[in-house]
Write a protein that binds this ligand. Structure first.
Ligand code: SAH
Ligand code: SF4
Length: 368
């Protein structure tokens, strides 16, 4: 029987304390936790049986309750700039997408040594933004902390690269899965885990104000990105149902709260959609909002999603929009180059696979 079919817990989702508790309860010394985590996160063993500094009976005992990997690699999609998208099958037959972006040109045009992974936090998404593939077929379930951490370990195994930057911008709304998100962040940032600096981790949210405040209190300096996509409530209401629940005023109150706890600048993400949110008036209001919280603005022209009929504005409009923001003294980026479509349209691969396998019905068109 493969680990994936076992009815056991994945070791990838346990903190050092969780494992110490297990060993203490089992009448063992707590330092066994450190040994096990070294095998997992440093030696990267694939089986508990390879943990040779544990006695055979102890390995057996561990195997009765735990396994290592929760997922299998089923598909890779690459693009010219070597951004690659991986499709992983989870223990229950669901699929999740993870994107690997090896290096990108920095603002100064120089090649950076960043190796970024874009991780998913849920299968599907309940928030149903009208431009997003992840929301198209609704929400299936939260990912466990092990499945979030597992995406990183799988990508490092497949690519042979060491990831040094993580963005929670894949499928799902991380702040709707905050318990597992925080557990995964602890494993990712701890010296006993994946040991990635919190400053190299960005959590993106569509604006769950109370959860933003909760995450602000998590005592590591992670970064926050807000999927704003509309500078006023009327525009945001059109494309992001979440805005009905937490309007811009409440959202920005939570961002002020965040700023009291963290030093890093907040990013405002803004997809440009023709005739929806790309007016110069929206640009001016966006600039004011960004200034009010000292945020930077990332502009992303809409990427085509199969089944949706939104259109990306012309390059001229994108530049004019950008110039208004930049002209107000806001640090802003505009990503026009192709190849990122594989990244931004996260959710499409999974949607195709699950629809083809009859796991979910073909989504109903959710356009205008
Ligand atoms: N749910 C969180 C995390 C997912 S991030 C959030 O919404 O922030 C996914 C990012 O991809 C978001 O910024 C989202 O707005 C963006 N995105 C979704 N569909 C897109 C599309 N068709 N074109 C460009 N960006 C898109
Ligand atoms: Fe969910 Fe984010 Fe997509 Fe909106 S943009 S549907 S919140 S994943």
């Amino acid at each position: 029987m493969s680990a994936i079919e076992k009815n056991t817990t994945s070791l990838l989702g346990l903190s050092k304390k969780d494992l110490e508790t297990f060993f203490t309860n089992a009448g063992e010394k707590p330092y066994r936790a450190k040994q096990v985590q070294e095998w997992i996160f440093q030696q990267r063993v694939q089986e508990i049986s390879e943990m040779t500094n544990l006695s055979a009976p102890l390995r057996e005992r561990l195997s009765a309750e735990f396994h290592l990997s929760d997922m299998t690699h089923v598909e890779t999609k690459g693009s010219a700039d070597t951004t690659r998208k991986f499709l992983f099958r989870l223990h229950d037959g669901r699929y999740v997408e993870t994107v690997f972006i090896p290096a990108s040109k920095g603002l100064n045009g120089r090649q950076s040594d960043r190796k970024t992974i874009c991780v998913s936090s849920q299968v599907g998404c309940a928030f149903g933004c009208k431009f997003c593939a992840s929301g198209l077929a609704g929400f299936t379930r939260n990912l466990s902390a092990a499945e979030i951490v597992g995406q990183m370990m799988m990508v490092e195994k497949i690519t042979g690269d060491t990831i040094n930057n993580i963005v929670f911008m894949g499928m799902g709304e991380p702040l709707a899965n905050i318990k597992n998100l925080i557990q995964s962040l602890e494993i990712i940032t701890s010296h006993w885990g994946l040991n990635i600096g919190a400053r190299h981790i960005t959590v993106s949210t569509s604006g769950l104000a109370p959860a933003i405040k909760k995450l602000a209190e998590f005592p590591v300096p992670i970064r926050l990105a807000i999927s704003l996509h509309g500078a006023t409530d009327d525009v945001r209401d059109l494309i992001m149902p979440v805005n009905k629940k937490w309007q811009i005023k409440e959202l920005f109150e939570s961002l002020h709260y965040w700023r009291k706890h963290k030093k890093q600048k907040i990013s405002l993400e803004y997809i440009l959609i023709q005739g929806v949110n790309d007016s110069m008036e929206q640009a001016s209001i966006l600039a004011k909002r960004a200034k009010g919280i000292n945020a930077k603005v990332n502009l992303i022209p809409y990427n085509t999603v199969e089944g949706l009929d939104w259109v990306r504005p012309s390059e001229e409009v994108c530049y004019a929009f950008r110039d208004i923001i930049a002209g107000a003294g806001i640090n802003t980026t505009l990503r026009l180059e192709k190849g990122h479509d594989i990244n931004a349209a996260c959710g499409q691969l999974r949607l195709k696979k699950e629809t083809a396998e009859g796991i979910i019905p073909a989504p109903v068109k959710a356009g205008r």
